[in-house]
Design a protein around this ligand. Structure first.
Ligand code: BGP
Length: 470
């Protein structure tokens, strides 16, 4: 049970979830600022105050054997309005962070977009608006040029499907629209074109290093062994997984993907047409991805569903409250014998193995896989300065075991990043859903290593995992 010597063990973060200082130091607004204010439940400030605490977090990385950190650049810290004027204070901030990474021996893996389109561009349609593609590409080019001496690993987007589904189907991300499959599909497609353009710009600029994209890939299984549930499973898989994987690795959509997507869009009174010029760009870029990031937390068991749309997002940790029933697509079911977190996320580590092997078989031109997020949302208890998060250790151990099996079976998996490095702000759950290896006291901003941090250090340093039965 040993990982390859060059396997990277890291911790993941995202700008809006950890930096705080959301409207300070020249940063432009993002849609979340007003949305969260209106909701009145919680705010992106102070988050984990990474803007000021980054030397401490990177020192913790060093002390706990964490060799890589996922960081995202906040587009609106660099371009407060998305385009045009540059905020030098923001540009300098990321230079300071990357310099500190170097000092502490922690490799930065940098995401250009992690759910935080600048508000000025969000207001004119975000990725529903075709114009945003070029604005995003300009921002990406700026970052490649500015940081190419400090950053070797780039990811264009974090989670294309969750952005689309949460913005336009679940309604838990601004602009909080519900049940609009056509909008979700167009927004995904435009992000994939923007990804392709950024990859081409990176390669044309001959920058050193690697570039890829991060997808959230949740394996879908039929709930019952019958034809209707198989079809429902296919629907959800195509919408959530295959659409973006085709775009990434084929640069086009297969007939199977298009047939299902067009049917689902038509069912919602829409049409889906692809611009041929965009397709050319996607095709060129599909051969050039250096890596794929997989974020994996859960899988779904799907049953056929033709009733009315009915989705309820469990954003409080009130177990058993979540519902996901999408007309003509399917219904996600809880399954006896499969544990769930308090937020109703099904803990199914084998789903990660199945997804990795599916990519290996279905898209053999993939080059390398990083597990860029995996971890357990948990209501950690702080008792006398100690945090015993044994369930999180079990969760991570099981997922790592299945990753090892995938490597054994020939998949090229090069790294694993725990979500999250330290506790961070959770988009639709606020501050009681904690994921970190390090507990953050949000009042004092003091960090406390959890039991999982010491356990993870040992794995990272020895590369060895105690054997468990799969
Ligand atoms: C992923 C996102 C992260 C993070 C994580 C946990 O989808 O990339 O930003 O939020 O999920 O999600 P949550 O905070 O909703 O539990």
């Amino acid at each position: 049970m040993k990982f390859p010597d060059n396997f990277v063990f890291g911790g993941a973060t995202a700008a809006y979830q950890c930096e705080g200082s959301t409207l300070k130091y020249g940063k432009g607004k993002v849609a979340w600022d007003d949305y969260l204010k209106k909701e009145g439940r919680f705010s992106g400030d102070p988050a984990s105050d990474f803007y000021h605490q980054y030397p401490i977090d990177l020192k913790l990385c060093r002390d706990y054997g964490i060799k890589g950190i996922r960081i995202s650049i906040a587009w609106s810290r660099i371009f407060p309005n998305g385009v045009g004027q540059i905020n030098q204070e923001g540009v300098d901030f990321y230079h300071r962070v990357f310099q500190e990474c170097k000092k502490q021996g922690v490799e930065p893996y940098v995401t250009l977009h992690h759910f935080d389109t600048p508000d000025a561009l969000h207001k004119i349609g975000d990725f529903l608006n075709h114009e945003i593609i070029d604005q995003y590409t300009n921002y990406a080019k700026f970052c490649f040029q500015e940081y190419h001496d400090e950053v070797k690993y780039w990811f264009t987007f974090n989670e294309v499907w969750p952005i689309a589904v949460n913005q336009y189907i679940v309604g838990s991300f601004p602009p909080a629209i519900k049940y609009d499959i056509p909008k979700a599909v167009y927004s995904m497609h435009h992000m994939m074109v923007a990804h392709a353009k950024a990859v081409l710009a990176f390669k044309e600029g001959k920058y050193p290093g690697q570039i890829g994209i991060i997808h959230s890939l949740e394996t879908k299984y039929p709930y019952n062994d019958n034809e209707a549930d198989y079809q429902a499973t296919k629907n959800e898989d195509v919408l959530a997984n295959q659409f973006v994987l085709d775009a990434t690795f084929l640069g086009e959509y297969t007939d199977e993907t298009l047939t299902i997507i067009k049917r689902l869009v038509a069912l919602n009174n829409g049409t889906f047409r692809v611009d041929l010029e965009d397709l050319e760009i996607m095709k060129k870029a599909a051969k050039l991805n250096d890596c794929l990031g997989i974020n994996y937390y859960q899988s779904h068991f799907i049953q056929a569903y033709d009733g009315e749309n009915d989705i309820f997002h469990n954003g409080t940790g009130d177990k058993g409250t979540s519902r996901f029933r999408l007309k003509g697509v399917g219904e996600r079911m809880f399954k006896e014998g499969i544990e769930r977190t308090d937020w109703d996320w099904l803990i199914y580590p084998q789903g990660l193995y199945d997804m990795i092997m599916r990519i290996k078989n279905q898209y053999p031109n993939y080059k390398a896989i990083y597990i860029t997020e995996n971890g357990m949302g948990y209501k950690d208890e702080f008792v006398g300065g100690k945090i015993d998060d044994t369930p999180r250790i079990d969760y991570i151990r099981k997922h790592l075991s299945w990753i090892l099996k995938a490597i054994d079976d020939g998949a090229d998996v090069k790294g694993y990043f725990v979500w999250s490095l330290m506790d961070v702000f959770s988009w639709s759950n606020g501050y009681n859903k904690r994921y970190g290896l390090f507990y953050v006291d949000y009042d004092s901003q003091v960090r406390y290593p959890k039991k999982s941090a010491s356990w993870f250090k040992q794995i990272s340093e020895t590369k060895e995992l105690d054997k468990i039965e799969l």
